[in-house]
Design a binder for this molecule. Structure first.
Ligand code: AMP
Ligand code: SF4
Length: 460
């Protein structure tokens, strides 16, 4: 998500900010801008940002200094145009455009209660629930917002474009990342990751804190909290896989964390080999760390075709395997006759690792030692990452030796939970207020969960 507050080029700045966040989602994109007459205009559609805004000149139609933008993560629920954000809601006395990242874990209960009271929902996702809750309350905007946020459970970053300005909200555990930047030529931005700041000429100010609502008034950043029951628990998978290596989350650089994970992985489970190969792109940093610690060459043994979409969310196993085949190719002259340490950042279903091992063997590698720079994923995510079905998770089904046999590697090791914590600490000290969510690795969820939390296929 990306938002601009108080800059006349809000629409185009949002476009460039979203463009550098495209890795966070490819299913839909949208930009809403509040114009000088108090109207909110939106451009949005399914697909990549560059498909939705094929000619950036059309952004000229979105005049105004306040905007919110969103790109949608591909998940197995709430698909289609209706769920592409920002969601517009126009009432006689106020207007909203809502962008949201995360997964609210008590929506079924809230939704049926609201529907019983007459609320009509436009989309099946969670984004608009906040507006319906706010409309049931009386009083000043911020009072209604705070009271409504208290009713939500789970992970939610919200951007609210309202007649009165732009508001950024982070849930009480800070599960998804969110930061604030200052534009050199006037105004502020909010962004999911710091990698979106440089491209628009913004400098990092700070992260939005768990439980915080941030807005700008008279050119000054204002802050208020909707609860004091806050504790940092940012998603570990943001560091492991999602975020771009040049982003800093909670002031810890993602590349540095991944590289440190590779170093810890070497110390925990090194093996005799000729070279290290990282699975592009998300494992390149960890491979660098492992290779440096091992004193081995870090080779490019696999090439990624950048024009293939995401394989992870394809509906059938055959399509997922075909997707990995199209996406990754070995370089036979590099790997032939070599004993390889292959580093991947995570194993979810095991499709990628199994396919990679096969490709590298076919290309002539003599030994393939798979090393994974995060612990086994054994529990579903209920906070918006598309690993919601426990029965799909390889590490839930099989023990380590069974997994090794399944992917047909000569050896397989994962970084331990302790090794992950060490990598976090060595890439930036973990203060008492800055912990991580590791629920999909440990089963310890950082929020209260109702029975509906584990319903399948409802991530945003
Ligand atoms: P799998 O092939 O199902 O084992 O998925 C693991 C591969 O997908 C790894 O190469 C990861 O880089 C990548 N990956 C991990 N988590 C996700 C996610 N939530 N969405 C998309 N890709 C992912
Ligand atoms: Fe991230 Fe896993 Fe926690 Fe989900 S359960 S928020 S993927 S660490």
């Amino acid at each position: 998500m990306f938002a601009v507050i108080g800059n006349p080029n809000a629409a185009s700045l949002t476009y460039y900010g979203l463009h550098s966040l495209q890795h966070r989602g490819q299913e839909g994109a949208g930009i809403s801008v509040l114009n000088a007459n108090g109207d909110i205009n939106t451009i949005k559609g399914e697909g990549l940002l560059t498909d939705v805004v094929s000619d950036p000149a059309i952004l000229g139609k979105l005049s105004g200094s306040y905007s919110v933008g969103h790109i949608r993560y591909p998940s197995n629920g709430a698909k289609g145009y209706d769920n592409v954000q920002p969601l517009m809601m126009k009432m006689s006395d106020e207007k909203f455009a809502i962008a949201y990242n995360g997964n609210i874990t008590n929506t079924i209960a809230l939704r049926s209660e609201l529907e019983d009271q007459g609320s009509v929902f436009h989309a099946s996702g969670d984004a608009e629930i906040l507006v319906h809750l706010m409309r049931r309350k009386k009083g000043a905007f911020l009072d209604r917002l705070k009271a409504s946020l208290l009713e939500l459970e789970g992970a939610f970053n919200y951007f609210i474009l309202h007649d009165s300005g732009v508001y950024a909200v982070r849930d009480r555990k800070g599960i998804r990342p969110l930061c604030i930047g200052k534009l050199t030529d006037g105004g502020y931005v909010f962004a999911s990751e710091t990698c979106a700041l440089g491209i628009v000429g913004a400098t990092y100010i700070r992260d939005v804190m768990p439980g915080e609502i941030v807005y700008v008034e008279d050119g000054k950043i204002m802050s208020t909290f909707f609860t004091d029951d806050c504790l940092h628990a940012i998603c570990l998978m943001e560091y492991v896989y999602f975020a771009r290596p040049d982003s800093d989350l909670e002031e810890r650089n993602v590349h540095s964390f991944r590289k440190q994970s590779g170093i810890e992985l070497y110390h925990e489970s090194h093996v005799d080999a000729d070279m290290v190969i990282g699975v592009p792109d998300s494992s390149i940093s960890a491979a660098t760390g492992y290779a440096e610690a091992a004193g081995l060459p870090n080779e490019m043994g696999l090439i990624k075709n950048r024009y293939v979409g995401r394989t992870f969310i394809k509906p059938t196993q055959a399509l997922r395997e075909q997707g990995v085949r199209m996406k990754l190719a070995p370089i036979p002259s590099v790997v032939k006759g070599k004993r390889l340490v292959v580093i991947d950042d995570s194993i979810v279903r095991g499709t990628t690792s199994r396919r990679i091992v096969q490709m590298l063997r076919d290309a002539g590698a003599t030994e393939i030692h798979m090393r994974v720079s995060s612990p086994p994923i054994m529990y579903p995510c209920v906070y918006g990452v598309d690993t919601s079905h426990r029965e799909d998770l390889l590490a839930h089904q099989l023990d380590l030796e069974e997994m090794r046999r399944h992917i047909k590697a000569d050896s397989l090791e994962f970084l331990s939970r302790e090794g992950t914590v060490k990598a976090l600490q060595r890439s930036k000290s973990l203060g008492p207020n800055c912990g991580v969510c590791m629920a999909c690795f440990t089963g310890e969820y950082p929020t209260d969960l109702s029975a509906e939390s584990f319903k399948n296929g409802k991530q945003a």
